[in-house]
Design a protein around this ligand. Structure first.
Ligand code: PEP
Length: 266
């Protein structure tokens, strides 16, 4: 059962170029996020140096703040790295295993697993990304790749209440290409992810939220979040345009949603 309040997570990657522009972008998204806070959960993931300026803008709001990566050790001789423990004081979230980190920075499944475990141990909500490459998709190996990445990524993650763990299915060939995945393909893969989560984590796996990511925009976001198994989207390029991202929030808010226990039907 998908979450009653879908999540839209904005991965800004290495953008924008200045603290002022980052604060402005966050500020421009706030009206839509505030208006629809009861129906859509929003989290922003700026680059490390802009976490503080964006945190100031988000103070007192329900919009979450997260980092795009973390190191698994709490501190030590790891030049250039930032630990999950350091982020925990002022972030709610961290992304681990993004395909750009796997491809450009050589992160393997073992490193991703340690990052996921460290993020959770530090008290952060963790978005664990998995996704197949184009050649794997073409060869019909999506299921095998996703299952391997997920089982490996969950190594060391304890079977506990799953709300703090989120899995993002992001086909590599769909990221930043404008070639968003067919919603049927996304839905089938998310189904596989859900079954694997339950197999690995037991009952708490049912509570883990699963997102789709890859060239999502205001025109197509409803076709993913409207899937019965999808709990939201991880958004890259479109989240850098405040007007577009605000439209996405409104589109998702307009979708019929599951009624959680204790909530009134609308
Ligand atoms: C991403 O970076 O996680 C992503 C999904 O990017 P885009 O929306 O630009 O494809």
């Amino acid at each position: 059962m998908p979450a009653s309040r879908p999540l839209l997570a904005a991965n800004w990657k290495m953008n924008p170029l200045s603290a002022g522009a980052a604060a402005e972008l966050a500020g421009d998204v706030l009206p839509a996020a505030r208006e629809h806070a009861g129906r859509v959960e929003v989290a922003l993931f700026p680059p490390f140096p802009w976490l503080l300026p964006v945190a100031r803008v988000l103070e007192g709001t329900e919009v979450g703040l997260g980092a795009q990566d973390c190191h698994w050790e709490a501190s030590g001789a790891f030049t250039g790295e930032v630990s999950a423990a350091m982020l925990a004081g002022w972030c709610d979230w961290v992304i681990v295993g993004h395909s750009e980190r796997r491809i450009h920075f050589g992160e393997d499944d073992g490193m991703v697993a340690r990052k996921a475990a460290a993020g959770l141990a530090a008290g952060l909500d963790v978005i664990l990304c998995v996704g197949e490459r184009e050649e794997e998709f073409v060869d019909g190996r999506t299921g095998a790749v996703i299952e391997r990445q997920l089982r490996a990524g969950l190594e060391g993650v304890e079977a506990r209440g799953g709300r703090r763990l989120v899995v993002a299915y992001e086909p590599v060939w769909a990221i930043g290409t404008g070639r968003n995945a067919d919603p049927d393909h996304a839905g089938r893969t998310i189904g596989l992810i859900r079954r694997t989560l339950v197999d690995v984590l037991g009952r708490p796996g049912q509570e883990v939220r699963v997102l789709y990511g890859g060239s999502v925009n205001a025109a197509n976001v409803a076709s993913y979040v409207g899937l019965p198994t999808c709990d939201g989207c991880l958004v890259g390029g479109a989240s850098l345009k405040a007007a577009e991202f605000s439209r996405m929030i409104a589109e998702v808010a307009a979708l019929p949603r599951a009624v959680a226990a204790g909530e009134e039907a609308e």
